[in-house]
Design a protein around this ligand. Structure first.
Ligand code: ADP
Ligand code: ADP
Length: 228
């Protein structure tokens, strides 16, 4: 499904962010990526949606070799994934409905199909009653739920999240986690980088720990393993 083979990443400034990563993630898995700040978690995640390219080694996502993927093919490739960010990245002038619909409009889906599917995913994240609101009229947790709805609207096989609860209070973080759990139960692979010890230790899933650009631990139903 997702496979990395001996992946290295050196940024142009000479920083080695990934230092020989080999791993496999199967369809339907839920994976936490943990480790200290600067360990390489974001870089690891960015590799999977081709935000960064490996300096050496190969990454295959759903049969697509990302080291060989042309830049012009990246948008097409990304349609098979959903990406969720710590800071939501919603379009401020569009309503909740429009923010989610946008991802379907760019691939020219029929308006009736868009309406049906957008309402379906907003129902899943519990925001059907807020479709006409603008992002800044919503709480942080609600904005993150909109961004999750947007990430899954085109039914991706994988959702990739970089610290999705990083800007949220504990209660709201749990709401977001329950939503991601629900998406995972429906068969979508979920991969998330996180610093949330409480979540990792209580909602058990595979844990990949990265330190200094290397995988130092990989356990099914693992622990967070750090103080912070
Ligand atoms: P983490 O997500 O675990 O905090 P990152 O993957 O963001 O780690 O960063 C790993 C290392 O790469 C850090 O030393 C960071 O400063 C460096 N780094 C990250 N992005 C860039 C970049 N675009 N250019 C140069 N160095 C970077
Ligand atoms: P609060 O965080 O405000 O106390 P919650 O009822 O959301 O409100 O959570 C209480 C505690 O229950 C959390 O700190 C967390 O440890 C745990 N918890 C909540 N939801 C889950 C869940 N889906 N799986 C495991 N533990 C959970």
């Amino acid at each position: 499904m997702i496979e990395m083979a001996d992946v290295y990443k050196t940024y142009p400034n000479g920083v080695v962010a990934l230092n020989g990563i080999t791993t496999k993630i199967k369809q339907g898995e839920f994976v936490y990526v943990v480790g200290p700040s600067g360990a390489g978690k974001s870089t690891f995640i960015k590799m999977m949606y081709r935000e960064e390219k490996p300096s050496k080694g190969s990454i295959t996502v759903h049969g697509v070799n990302l080291s060989k993927l042309r830049n012009s093919r990246v948008p097409l490739f990304r349609r098979n994934l959903g990406v969720v960010f710590q800071d939501f990245k919603l379009l401020p002038t569009l309503t909740v409905f429009e923010n989610v619909a946008f991802a379907m409009e760019v691939i020219e889906k029929h308006p009736a199909e868009i309406k049906k599917r957008v309402m379906q995913v907003l129902d899943l994240v519990g925001l059907k009653h807020k479709i006409r609101m603008l992002p800044d009229e919503l709480s942080g947790g609600e904005q993150q739920r909109v961004s999750i709805a947007r990430s899954i609207v085109n039914s991706p096989k994988v959702v990739i999240a970089d610290e999705p609860t990083g800007n949220l209070d504990p209660e709201t973080s749990w709401e977001i986690m329950n939503t991601l759990e629900e998406i995972n139960k429906r068969g979508t692979t979920v991969i998330m980088a996180t610093h949330n010890k409480d979540i990792v230790n209580n909602m058990k899933h595979r844990v990949i720990a990265i330190e200094n650009g290397k995988i130092v631990r990989d356990e099914q139903r693992g622990e967070y393993g750090y103080e912070y």
